[in-house]
Design a protein. Structure first.
Length: 169
């Protein structure tokens, strides 16, 4: 008695086994932060910095590192919008806050080469934003007196929308 598998050509069996896997990899689904939530996050970060008399720029990028929101206070330096966007994009790309990345990529680190990648900025102030089990955005702040101050303002922005992010889970 012949089995069913033995009567089929090997190529047909392989195609049947592989085709469901290939179909699953054709399209991907992912979550992104809504623009109104990104704006609220940026406004909260800016307000936090203003409360400490810091003039900063705040950028929120999507999960691909593309800027969704950019806010620059009146007297923030000309370099701050670009720095904020680069910090946010770096946080999304590395899926880590840039304060930690700056420490882990110092000149004596084996990871110091990451500092030379295009559009990467290893200075504190960038934080990835997670919801529903994945990174959905990044926020970057630039212009406060220290990287730790930039980081604290960015965290305040995330904290302002945490309840909305938890609902997304």
């Amino acid at each position: 008695m012949r089995t069913l598998q033995a009567s089929w050509p090997c190529g047909v069996v392989a195609a049947l086994l592989i085709s469901p896997l290939a179909a699953q990899d054709t399209l991907v689904t992912f979550k992104m932060l809504a623009p109104d939530v990104a704006l609220k996050m940026a406004q909260a970060a800016l307000a936090n910095c203003r409360a400490d008399n810091y003039q900063v720029a705040v950028a929120v990028v999507d999960r691909m590192g593309v800027t969704q929101v950019m806010l620059r206070d009146r007297f923030a330096g000309a370099h701050t919008p670009d720095s904020a966007a680069r910090k946010a994009a770096t946080a999304v790309s590395f899926r880590s806050d840039t304060l930690t990345l700056a420490q882990n990529s110092s000149s004596d680190s084996p990871h110091s080469g990451a500092r030379f990648l295009d559009r990467i900025l290893m200075l504190g102030g960038g934080i990835p934003v997670s919801a529903a089990g994945s990174v959905v955005a990044g926020i970057g702040v630039a212009g406060a007196p220290t990287s730790s101050d930039d980081h604290a303002c960015a965290q305040a922005g995330i904290d302002a929308v945490t309840s909305a992010l938890e609902l997304a889970d």
